[in-house]
Design a protein around this ligand. Structure first.
Ligand code: N01
Length: 861
């Protein structure tokens, strides 16, 4: 008999999957290796095990009746209570009759002729199912500790992730605990209450703080009670699956006192998510994060009496949150007990397990019992533990050997009709699992219903959509502090496992919107076959860099009128207002504001000097703003960044603006300023004859034209030019205008407005306005041309790079995927632009070091 769906796992995910699919009329069975329901809560019975997301949140929301029937006795329920809850759910919806317990799925292979999965279990059965769904949990495969001599030990060994059902009594015993993750931190205080001696072997200290457990707070009950449906809906669209106010301020914008007050409140809340949400950039900026780290280290120092032990317990090798933080009850206080000691395995490496205990590099310990709280092969481990073979016998383990490749963390190419619930590439372990599980199950159920209605037999993602999602998952992680830690999020805890960030960090609400979007766009990126033929709308669901997308949403939320509908005065005022409160950029050695002679009067300039010893090469910088808006200080954070990373003096010089001074005033000023800077290089602290040009947008236009003028005048000598999203032509018909002319801040109509203010129609084709139209581009300085994918100016930047290369100029072309016109100058706002900013600085250094500016032209642009 062929069933519709076979699910693996009877935890939170499998139970809801079974209930939902069954109620939609799909014949569904679940296989579970444990003797009963519960999943992770069946196995993790170690002393002190409890949830660290409040139970009121960490519970099902699909049935109001269930919500009213079940009352949690504590804020953070214990493992037995959570297990009782899941048992209650299984009974209420009569789920056990469709679950086969004490049975393990060993293999699953896709039969492409029959369009079904053949699933084999450890009792020899073969189950035939149209769909195969792994609801096997993210932390369900305990990791075998990589410690020599495990089998040698004659005392009692325990694994937190496979704790015995019968109570374990440590009274009067000498006990060791290896591991100080959540399981260790929860169990250590309870084991210490019983044991005669407790020795904790710690390799990496973790950030932990008190859970302040107790009854569900009155505030929480009130928030929930006021409108459970609205409360749950807020959770579904929140960042981590729990309704929570986010602070839009950046940590370093607040005073030390304000920060301290914020962190004290976060600490007192006993809420796992409070520090991550304390400021907007805690999980993004190393500097912001360090303020939390030090606050928490001070808390440890204030609790643990022995200073050496306190320091050993202070995490220093990872940022707060980058390894999953913990909530505890009296964890640090435990180290003040006379019979508890800490062994820092970093200083005193674990050598081997012996018959009687543990040998470190310097000591031998004897124990009656050893507790291994050594963690899990997370996220991918439980999935590839089953021998899953897709189309043409392709093995999932082989496909994922270099890291999991999924579309939305739900599906993977080559494995038709296969889904993972909270799989890698979905928010899963970074969220309230209950919310993420319901969202996945609901999405899959809706998809299967759609397939039934549309007479579709198979579904799988396209290679394009999958590659795009993997890229997006990595893009999201890369702007955070997470990938820098040796965490299980990165697979770093399992020897030999490929290091790649496993979950999706873009947030629960955003992820939900993406999944909904995929479905609404005719299941974009998913290929179907069916009785009426095949169907696929291929494409990428997230093309913008994640921080760009957030910025655009934020700006949209402000509801500002388009700049081109304003007067020039209003547009300039708005531009200045938008700059207030932006991150300042890095500190430089010195900043000087002064004036220099322009073509028609003095111009203000700002000089940024590196902190290293001079003299330095000089980079002349022209700001953007369509020749109409901005000034020498409008790109201040970017100029600082350039100065620090290129180790050059950066001089951002003003030029006259339109419409008061129309074309060619800006160009004439740019050239005059450059000549003056070249002539006064030594006085300015620069190295004579080491001068390069840089500009962004209209500033890029000025920089390009000044290079042409300097070449024609034989002076000054310019070593190189960096043109960032430059205006190089007045032609609006290129593809990038059609593709990106609306929705990405710089619009076609705004460019029209700029040109109209700047130059008469007859002047626009003049090479001094449109440098791409210069009859001869030979002999120009080496150039780095930088463009952004979602910029109307992208194609004219590329055209200029190509024209320079054709003329024999050394050119490097640096396109930026997922970025918009303003991305690269938005230091510490668009963090995904930091790689390009580093490349720009490296190119500038290369201009002044013979042979190090390697152009694409020489490599073939
Ligand atoms: O596992 P872990 P866990 N020698 O991987 C150490 C969830 N959870 O079971 O960090 C010496 O975090 C290892 O050291 P290092 C939660 O998501 C939730 O505690 O690799 N030490 C680390 O200290 C959590 O994050 C709750 O250097 C060795 C520890 O063992 C996840 O499950 C409760 C070692 C493993 O920590 C996993 O937590 C419990 C070796 N050879 C768990 N090998 C809730 O509260 C490993 N270690 C809901």
């Amino acid at each position: 008999m062929v069933i519709d769906v076979l699910g693996v796992g009877a935890g939170f995910a499998g139970l809801y999957l079974l209930h939902r699919l069954r109620s939609l009329g799909f014949s569904t069975k679940v296989i579970e290796s444990a003797g009963d329901v519960g999943g992770t809560w069946y196995w993790n019975r170690y002393p002190g095990a409890r949830c660290d997301i409040e139970s009121l949140d960490y519970s099902y929301s699909f049935d109001r009746e269930l919500e009213t029937e079940w009352q949690w006795s504590e804020r953070y329920a214990t493992q037995p209570e959570i297990l009782r809850y899941l048992g209650y759910v299984a009974d209420k919806y009569d789920l056990r009759r469709d679950i086969r317990f004490s049975t393990r799925v060993e293999s699953a292979s896709w039969d492409h002729d029959a369009l079904l999965w053949r699933i084999r279990t450890d009792n020899g059965d073969e189950i035939l199912s149209r769909f195969y769904i792994m609801a096997s949990g993210c932390l369900s495969l305990p990791k075998t500790p990589d410690i020599e001599g495990l089998d040698r030990y004659r005392g009692d060994s325990y694994y937190t992730g496979r704790w015995p059902h019968d109570p374990v009594d440590f009274s009067g015993k000498r006990v060791a605990v290896v591991g100080t993750g959540s399981s260790g931190i929860q169990s250590i205080p309870i084991i210490a209450e019983q044991a005669a001696e407790l020795t904790v072997f710690q390799r990496t200290p973790n950030f932990s703080r008190p859970a302040y457990n107790g009854p569900v707070s009155a505030a929480k009950r009130a928030a929930f009670g006021a409108g459970p449906a609205a409360y749950r809906e807020a959770a579904r669209w929140s960042r981590a699956g729990v309704p929570m106010e986010a602070n839009a301020t950046r940590a370093l914008q607040a005073s030390t006192q304000e920060r301290l007050a914020t962190y004290e409140a976060a600490y007192a809340s006993g809420d796992l998510l409070a520090f991550g949400a304390a400021y907007a950039d805690i999980l993004l900026s190393p500097q912001a994060n360090e303020t939390v780290c030090e606050f928490l280290r001070n808390k440890i120092r204030s609790i643990v009496r022995d200073p050496e032990t306190a320091e050993a317990l202070c995490p220093r090798d990872h940022f707060y949150g980058a390894k999953r933080p913990c909530l505890d009850t009296s964890y640090y206080e435990t180290y003040n007990l006379p019979h508890v000691r800490l062994v820092d395995v970093r200083k005193e490496p674990l050598r081997t397990i012996t018959e009687k205990g543990i040998d470190t590099a310097s000591r031998s310990f004897e124990f009656d019992a050893i507790v291994f709280a050594t963690g899990f092969d997370a996220m991918t481990g439980p999935i590839v533990a089953v021998d899953i073979k897709g189309r043409d016998g392709q093995s999932l383990a082989a496909k994922w050997a270099d890291g999991p490749k999924t579309y939305l963390g739900l599906t993977t190419h080559g494995f038709p009709n296969f889904f993972t619930i909270t799989g890698p590439g979905s928010p899963s372990v970074l969220s309230n699992m209950a919310v993420s599980i319901e969202q996945h199950v609901d999405w899959v159920s809706t998809c299967l219903t759609h397939m039934r209605e549309q007479r579709l037999d198979t579904i799988e993602p396209t290679p394009l959509a999958e590659a795009g999602w993997v890229q997006h998952v990595n893009d999201c992680a890369d702007i955070t502090v997470f990938p820098q830690a040796n965490s299980w999020y990165m697979g770093a805890n399992v020897p030999g496992k490929t290091r790649v960030f496993l979950p999706y960090i873009g947030g629960v609400g955003r992820y939900r919107a993406i999944c909904n979007d995929v479905a609404q766009q005719n299941y974009l990126g998913l290929a179907f076959t069916g009785r009426d033929g095949a169907r696929c709308d291929d494409g990428l669901i997230c093309r913008l860099q994640p921080d760009v997308s957030m910025l655009l949403h934020f700006i949209e939320s402000l509801g500002m009128p388009p700049r081109e509908t304003m007067s020039v005065t209003e547009a300039r005022a708005q531009s200045i207002a938008m700059r207030t409160g932006r991150p300042p950029g890095p500190d430089v050695g010195e900043i000087i504001d002064a004036t220099l002679p322009g073509a028609n009067g003095p111009l203000v300039y700002r000089l940024y000097r590196p902190s290293s010893r001079g003299p330095h090469p000089i980079l002349v910088y022209f700001h953007g703003g369509g020749w109409v808006i901005g000034s020498y200080d409008s790109d201040d954070p970017f100029c600082r960044d350039l100065c620090v990373h290129s180790d050059c003096i950066v001089i951002s010089t003003d030029y006259r603006h339109a419409p008061e001074a129309r074309f060619p005033a800006a160009i004439d000023d740019g050239f005059a300023a450059t000549c003056w800077i070249a002539a006064n290089a030594e006085v300015l602290g620069g190295e004579p004859s080491k001068l390069a040009m840089c500009g962004w947008s209209a500033g890029g236009n000025i920089a390009a034209v000044v290079c042409q003028m300097a070449r024609d005048a034989d002076a000054p000598l310019i070593a190189g030019q960096v043109l960032i999203n430059p205006v190089t032509d007045c032609d609006f018909t290129r593809d990038s205008y059609a593709m990106n002319g609306s929705g990405y801040l710089l619009t076609t109509s705004l460019m029209q407005w700029f040109w109209d203010h700047y130059a008469d129609a007859a002047d626009r084709t003049n090479p001094k306005a449109s440098p791409l139209r210069a009859p001869d581009l030979r002999g120009l300085p080496p150039a780095l041309v930088v463009t952004c994918e979602f910029d109307p100016l992208r194609d004219e930047g590329l055209a200029y790079a190509e024209a320079l290369a054709s003329a024999g100029v050394d050119v490097r072309y640096l396109p930026n995927r997922g970025q918009i016109h303003t991305s690269l100058i938005s230091v510490d706002i668009i963090r995904s632009g930091s790689g390009a900013r580093a490349e720009i600085a490296a190119a500038v250094r290369g201009f002044f070091q013979n042979g190090t500016f390697i152009s694409d032209c020489r490599r073939g642009l």
